[in-house]
Design a protein around this ligand. Structure first.
Ligand SMILES: Cc1cc2nc3c(=O)[nH]c(=O)nc-3n(C[C@H](O)[C@H](O)[C@H](O)COP(=O)(O)OP(=O)(O)OC[C@H]3O[C@@H](n4cnc5c(N)ncnc54)[C@H](O)[C@@H]3O)c2cc1C
Length: 247
């Protein structure tokens, strides 16, 4: 069977000059929440493909991806000019291990994201499993500017559905914003601001941490957590930190 499916863009939402959500009609195979699909365009006679986490759950009828344009990036530059009705290649099968079945049980689940790393967590938060397995869930989203704090309505919906168990903790690094934590996540863990805001303890006996976004944020956050006794989660040696690196 052909690896690529011809999808069709059914919605394009522009959040900022660089941040976009695409909804695509493409009958991909069943997948696990937390997995990614490869998306491609034919550019200059070459098929350029990149992975994107699914923001939609397997039950939703469309595929949704959330991404930012990267200066000089081949695919995201080309995605600037795609529109509703255009065709786009989508790999038939999703893959990846950033799924809840890879995360050991715990009382608290911390979902730590930077930038478009938010999307994969929205997918996981739409599942029943997340709420059946963890008593408290905290979604942390770090961006540079307040306009990059996207998906507000979706997050508000999750908050309303799970008022006792869920909280959303935004971070903005380059502006001061009321009710939003300043600076970077690793520092806020180190100086206790994140736990104060979350109202729960970030300790290995009770917590699992999933981290998604850029390499620097993932490695700096992981280092701070390791100093507190957290270990990387591996199938053969379960720990507490599960990561997905976008770049
Ligand atoms: C498993 C996986 C899942 C991913 N899921 C997503 C997703 O859901 N949303 C998303 O936006 N991206 C995601 N990415 C990154 C994505 O695949 C592309 O790399 C990105 O969209 C840029 O594509 P490009 O062809 O324009 O540039 P590329 O040729 O891929 O990258 C050009 C340069 O930009 C850097 N870069 C890559 N992504 C970014 C970024 N977001 N911001 C700044 N610099 C970047 C790269 O390190 C490289 O140096 C994922 C990556 C992986 C490995």
């Amino acid at each position: 069977m052909d690896h690529w499916l011809e999808g069709r863009i059914v919605e394009k939402h522009q959040w900022t000059d660089k941040l976009f959500t695409l909804r695509i009609d493409a009958p991909i195979s069943s997948f696990k929440p937390g997995q990614f699909v490869r998306i491609a365009l034919d550019i200059g006679g070459e098929r350029i493909a990149r992975p994107y986490s699914c923001v939609n759950t397997p039950e939703e009828s469309y595929l949704e991806i959330y991404y930012n344009t990267v200066d000089g990036g081949p695919l995201t530059s080309a995605l600037l000019s795609v529109n509703v009705g255009d065709k786009i290649w989508v790999a038939r099968h999703a893959s990846g291990f950033f799924t809840l079945d890879e995360v050991p049980d715990a009382e608290n689940l911390w979902m730590i994201s930077s930038g478009t790393g938010l999307g994969v967590f929205l997918c996981l938060l739409k599942t029943k499993t997340a709420w059946e397995r963890f008593r408290n869930i905290r979604l942390i989203h770090a961006v540079r500017y307040p306009k990059e704090l996207t998906y507000g309505e979706t997050i508000q919906g999750i908050k309303s559905a799970h008022p006792q168990c869920f909280d959303y903790i935004p971070f903005v690094s380059r502006e001061k914003v009321p009710d939003v934590l300043e600076g970077r996540i690793p520092q806020a863990i180190e100086d206790g601001r994140l736990e104060d805001r979350a109202g729960i303890k970030l300790e290995p006996d009770t917590s699992q941490v999933m981290i998604c976004g850029n390499q620097d944020m993932i490695s700096d956050t992981s280092e701070i957590l390791k100093n507190r006794g957290f270990r990387r989660n591996r199938r053969r040696n379960p720990g507490h930190i599960t990561t997905e690196k976008y770049w």
